[in-house]
Design a protein around this ligand. Structure first.
Ligand code: GLA
Length: 381
């Protein structure tokens, strides 16, 4: 990151911060729309991160500034903080203060300066990066002694109850708990996980991220609707969550459901299976075999869950036709980014093909980069 976070702090607040912390955005190898069904996910942290330079205050005030904002300082008192009371980007850090207070943690005021290079609106969890950087800084500034999953859950609580987005735990757990060089195999029911070594460059492979730079409005209400559909299906099936429907029980389960819920259940049940398959392939040292599983995941999101869009479909089809081993959309959907598994020697070819296809379709140029599994939230200095 080029911008010096401490310098942004000094120019907004004078003086130097007590410390600087960072939390990354994420990719997700497989396991989409499974987290709020208590299923499995397999994210990895991006090198792109949100950094925060922070200092305690003793007067119960919070001041926030972001290098990505208009330079203005957002100020509020902890007293009277309530869901919705702080709008815009500052709602995410404000929500973290609110969630910490709600959980009874003794947190006072602070000055915080943010610098981020996580692409926003790209399905790469820039919001989680902002929340997780804030909660880590406050944990250490106030000596709360939280652990990484505990911080992630407070960040998720901020997003659910303060910002009002009914997301699962994937993004915040990834940003808080990932380890460099690994993917994080997480069971979102028990919130226990395992770091799975992921050294793709050693075997000549790369993960290419294609940020389509589109976000369709449809996505906002649709996410909550899909989640509600899954919960209704679980109720009708008499299980706690769709995680409890085994792949072998899928056909019988579908027969007991109204037609509109069947494809949702089909996606969630088969996607959980794909996460287990991918982890088994990585454990067996066969990463090339991931490709078809990723592409099958995309087909399921496109045809059953119906959260893809023309831009992500085109990126997947073009990447695969140009030699990628497999590709899929990531995140909530209706735009955002595609992940492709590519032989490193063919990266340029695949990127070129996607760029050409986007230009031919009249779409804006995508942002393309290769992702190296990086460190979860940590102290920088
Ligand atoms: C968004 C949400 C996550 C998860 C994904 C879909 O990123 O924030 O909790 O549900 O969508 O897998």
């Amino acid at each position: 990151m080029t911008t010096d976070t401490a310098a942004v702090f000094a120019s907004a607040f004078g003086d130097s911060p007590d410390g600087v912390w960072a939390a990354p955005g994420r990719i997700n190898l497989i396991g989409e729309h499974t987290d709020y069904n208590e299923g499995f996910v397999l994210p990895a942290a991006l090198p792109h991160a949100t950094r925060v330079a922070a200092r305690r205050r003793s007067d119960g005030l919070v001041r926030l500034v972001s290098a990505q904002g208009d330079g203005g300082v957002v100020e509020f008192a902890l007293d009277g903080l309530a869901p919705g009371s702080v709008p815009g980007w500052a709602a995410y850090p404000a929500g973290v203060f609110w969630a910490l207070a709600e959980a009874g943690h003794p947190v006072g005021g602070a000055d915080l300066a943010f610098v981020s290079d996580v692409p926003t609106g790209a399905g790469l969890s820039s919001s989680a990066a902002l929340e997780c950087a804030t909660v880590l800084a406050l944990d250490e500034l106030y000596g709360l002694g939280l652990d990484a999953p505990g911080r992630a859950l407070l960040a998720q609580r901020a997003e659910n109850a303060y910002v009002g987005v009914p997301c699962g735990a994937l993004d915040q757990m990834a940003s808080s708990c990932c380890v460099a060089g690994h993917a994080y195999f997480l069971d979102t029911r028990t919130l226990t996980g395992r770091q799975v070594p992921l050294d793709l460059p050693a075997v000549g492979l790369s993960l290419l991220v294609i940020d389509t730079r589109v976000k369709h409005d449809l996505g906002d209400g649709a996410y909550a609707g899909l989640r509600a559909g899954c919960e209704r299906a679980a109720d009708l099936l008499g299980v706690r969550a769709l995680r409890d429907v085994g792949a072998g029980e899928l056909a019988a389960a579908e027969e007991r459901l109204p037609a509109e819920l069947r494809p949702l259940v089909r996606h969630v049940v088969t996607e959980d299976r794909r996460v287990l398959d991918v982890v088994a392939l990585l454990d067996a040292g066969d990463p090339r075999a991931l490709g078809p599983v990723l592409t099958a995941g995309h087909a399921s999101l496109r045809d059953d869950y119906r959260v893809s869009c023309p831009e992500t479909d085109l990126a997947v089809a073009t990447a695969n036709a140009a030699g990628a081993l497999g590709a899929r959309m990531m995140g909530g959907g209706f735009g955002g980014s595609v992940l492709a598994l590519v032989e490193t020697g063919r990266l340029a070819e695949v990127e070129q093909a996607v760029r050409a296809a986007f230009a031919a379709a009249g779409y804006g140029a995508p942002h393309v980069f290769s992702a190296v599994p990086s460190q979860g939230a940590h102290r920088v200095r």
